[in-house]
Design a binder for this molecule. Structure first.
Ligand code: SF4
Length: 398
């Protein structure tokens, strides 16, 4: 964790060290023909960072899995975490930074209460890594040249207001502790938050949302670091109370899984920690059948439940990573039936404007010419509402 590469100056230094003088080309990449040398590549990344809604932070684990020498332009991990100006595409006019309208559904700052029985506790704004496509670009990470962030500081004073709302809302039985990322909570806070929530009689289950297992798995194995033992303690406390505690993590590509990941997942399995994965569907990363299958099968083999594959959210600044709805529908069609049903993830759209999660194939209408799909979902405020998803501009007819 202390060795993450963070901010433009340290990234510059890192890239100078790992990139070859001449950038290899594995097939022509539209708009990137001019990137021939290490200097061209670095300039393009630095220009991309200036336009990006997310700040830069990469862990040694992820940096070590990017093929800097052989394929830095098209590497699927590089595409997720490092923007390049030459690959950015114009935003669809319907995009926003808070596409799920979380702020509107927050009765107290840092608690998104959209579904009757479930709430999302944003315990911090910090993550071990910053993903370009983050659904919470409005709040997560440091401020960038283009975005001022709504911060959720990890303070007990702020959390107390969240706990009070949960305590006086008996309909709530399920809390997701996220952020940011629960990996950035102090171990004692992992324990305190878990115990406090599980001690509320109407809370039946909690889940910690953390990409940590995917981007810094060695931490799970480090006997000098007590984050994982704090989590295991919460799992045991929950089990004694008859309540479930899970870790929801976020792998997007099989290259993120290494022997270290396998050992970390094994340790969690041995200690009875349920781990589920929520992947994001990303263009040029995992939007083909063989990569998505390999991701699902690899996770299943290390006892991580492939729980969701999400259609890319309609957030600003990452149109090069979004796919049309058609892609997720076809992926599901081709993968369903090749794996046991209980290992088949739900291919879903988290509907813009707070419609919640809907199976991608459950659309009411889908006009492939305009790229507009509609979904009907129950509104928490009562009745059904129609929500729209818009395909990226690049996928539409002129
Ligand atoms: S780890 Fe999660 S919250 Fe953090 S930047 Fe990535 S997607 Fe966003």
């Amino acid at each position: 964790m202390p060795n993450t590469v963070q901010g433009a100056p340290s990234l510059f230094k890192f890239l100078e060290t790992v990139l070859p003088p001449k950038i290899p080309r594995n097939g022509e990449i539209q708009g990137q023909e001019h990137i021939q040398s290490r200097e061209d590549f670095i300039i393009d990344v630095m220009d991309g960072i200036k336009l990006a809604p997310m700040s830069t932070r990469l862990t040694p684990h992820i940096l070590s899995r990017i093929d800097w020498a052989g394929n830095p332009l098209a590497d699927p991990l590089r595409r997720q975490f490092l923007p390049m100006k030459s690959s950015l595409l114009p935003d669809h006019p319907s995009l926003s930074l808070d596409s799920l309208h979380e702020t509107e559904d927050s009765p107290v700052p840092g608690l998104v209460h959209r579904y009757p029985h479930k709430a999302l506790f944003l315990a911090t704004s910090v993550c071990p890594i910053y993903c370009r496509f983050c659904t919470r670009s409005y709040s997560v990470g440091g401020e960038t040249d283009s975005v001022k962030k709504a911060r959720f500081l990890p303070t007990r004073k702020r959390w107390e207001k969240v706990f009070e709302h949960i305590e006086r809302t008996p309909a709530l039985n399920d809390i997701v502790i996220s952020g940011g990322d629960a990996y950035y909570l102090e171990p004692e806070h992992v324990w305190e938050i878990g115990k406090r929530l599980l001690s509320i009689p109407h809370i039946r289950r909690i889940r910690y949302a953390s990409k940590g297992l995917a981007v810094c798995p060695s931490r799970v194995l480090d006997s000098t670091d007590s984050w994982t033992s704090a989590l295991i303690k919460v799992v045991e406390f929950g089990r004694n109370e008859g309540k479930t505690v899970a870790w929801h993590t976020h792998f997007n590509h099989p290259n993120e899984i290494t022997w270290v990941t396998r050992l970390a997942a094994w340790k969690l399995f041995q200690n009875g920690v349920t781990v589920r994965n929520q992947a994001a569907l990303l263009r040029g990363v995992n939007d083909d059948v063989s990569t998505m299958k390999k991701l699902i099968y690899s996770l299943a083999d290390i006892n991580i439940q492939p729980y969701y594959v999400y259609q890319g959210d309609m957030v600003r600044g990452v149109e090069d990573l979004r796919t049309p709805l058609q892609t997720i529908i076809e992926l599901e069609e081709q993968i369903r039936g090749t794996i046991a049903g209980f290992l088949m993830p739900q291919f879903a759209v988290d509907l813009p404007a707070g419609g919640g999660k809907r199976l991608a194939c459950s659309y009411e209408s889908y006009d492939r010419r305009t790229g507009v799909s509609t979904f009907v979902a129950p509104s928490v405020k009562g009745g059904n509402r129609v929500f729209e998803y818009h395909d990226p501009l690049w996928s539409l007819e002129k």
